[in-house]
Design a protein around this ligand. Structure first.
Ligand code: ATP
Ligand code: MG
Length: 356
């Protein structure tokens, strides 16, 4: 049976005064694939280790299925953990590595053998029982670590950058397999990564962390399409951020660029930041036709970055702003080259207003 986890106002101040985690609050649902995403040092591992019981919060509480476990020791929490570097025992065989948690629990030999066999079958490693970690590929070692964590039938699986050491192809394959396994077992999985694409691809929901705090919790589409803060907009994918002064229904961002605000945002005064994703801007060859102020402008292509399925352009607007524009590499769209004059246009509703 998998469990829900409630992190209630948890902070962690390490000896020496580093506030690694600062008043974090989030609810992780039963059976959910939940990712902690953020840059190096933002407190992801510390948060995960507090859920596991390897670190004690300085304040706040952690509840599992409603029960306060803040002071329950790690080995009594029924949680499996996969560490970034796998942490396999180098001198023990695959089977012995996987059996470790079961031995600790004092199960009999026959039960252990049966559970190890089933766990290895689950991660498709049957037949490699007698090898040692050094005789396995990176991806296979990764699966041993996974089998070792799931063999105890944990209520919660905690994974700290488990795919970090794998090459891209294998990483994508393991992402797919881990997600399938999680769904099949109905596991509550807390997954730490600093890779935004990985978090977007795998998660039911994501908590974006920054400086020990949670900036936003949401589904991948919410995080990508409606980032609420400048940090989230900037950290997830490429984006164009403009800051300016509200003038009626428009935002004056200087250098003679005026942006029409989304219909819901036309009231108010003061300074505002907005984000506009590169793929929300359309490009066409520059013509002398008049343009719609507020939702189009002219520019010059500075450089192009061919991504295969798409092309990323860096464009300097007439007034001097620089923007990123991404266009699909479809048969019908023409490719521009540096020096081309272009017209850019977009839909005001695609602008996302940010909190700073
Ligand atoms: N045992 C410790 N003692 C003191 N400070 C620590 C300790 N462990 C971590 N820190 C500090 O706490 C902050 C958060 O560290 P943490 O390991 O949780 O970050 P992270 O998000 O997992 O980063 P990374 O992506 O690099 O793994 C950092 O500033 C780190 O230097
Ligand atoms: Mg870490």
């Amino acid at each position: 049976m998998s469990a829900s986890i409630e992190i209630a106002g948890v902070s962690k101040v390490y000896d020496g005064g580093v506030r690694a985690v600062d008043a974090v609050a989030m609810d992780i649902r039963q059976g959910e694939f939940f990712s902690l995403l953020g840059p190096s040092g933002c407190g992801k591992t510390t948060t995960l280790r507090m859920i596991a019981g390897f670190e004690m919060p300085s304040s706040g509480a952690i509840r599992v299925d409603g029960a306060d476990i803040t002071h329950v020791p790690a080995h009594k929490r029924d949680m499996g953990m996969v560490f970034q570097n796998y942490a396999l025992f180098p001198h023990r065989t695959v089977a012995e590595n996987v059996a470790f948690g079961l031995r600790m629990r004092g199960l009999d030999k026959a039960t252990i053998a049966a559970k190890v066999k089933a766990a290895l079958a689950m991660v498709e490693l049957s037949g490699l029982e007698d090898r040692r970690p050094a005789q396995l590929s990176g991806g296979q070692q990764q699966r041993v670590a996974l089998a070792r964590a799931i063999v105890i039938a944990p209520r919660v699986l905690l994974c700290d950058e488990p795919l970090g050491a794998l090459d891209k192809k294998l990483r994508q394959q393991m992402q797919f397999e881990l997600k399938q396994l999680q769904k099949k077992l109905g596991l509550t999985l807390v997954f730490v990564t600093h890779d935004q694409e990985e978090a977007l691809a795998m998660s039911d929901r994501i908590a974006v962390m920054n400086g020990g705090r949670v900036e936003q919790v949401g589904t991948p589409t919410e995080i990508y399409n409606q980032p609420t803060t400048r940090f989230v907009a900037d950290f997830i994918g490429d984006t164009n951020i403009f800051r300016g002064e509200r003038v009626g229904p428009s935002l004056d961002v200087g250098k003679s660029l005026i942006l029409a605000l989304p219909p819901a945002e036309t009231e108010g005064t003061g300074v505002l930041s907005v984000a506009l994703r590169p793929e929300k801007i359309r490009l066409s060859p520059r013509t002398d036709a008049t343009i719609t102020a507020g939702s189009s402008t002219h520019g010059i292509v500075e450089n192009t970055n061919f991504l295969g399925g798409a092309v990323l352009y860096r464009i300097t607007l007439e007034g001097g702003h620089r923007v990123l524009v991404q266009q699909p590499n479809a048969g019908t769209s023409r490719l521009f080259v540096p020096g081309d004059g272009v017209t850019l246009d977009w839909t005001p509703a695609d602008l996302v207003v940010l909190k700073d």
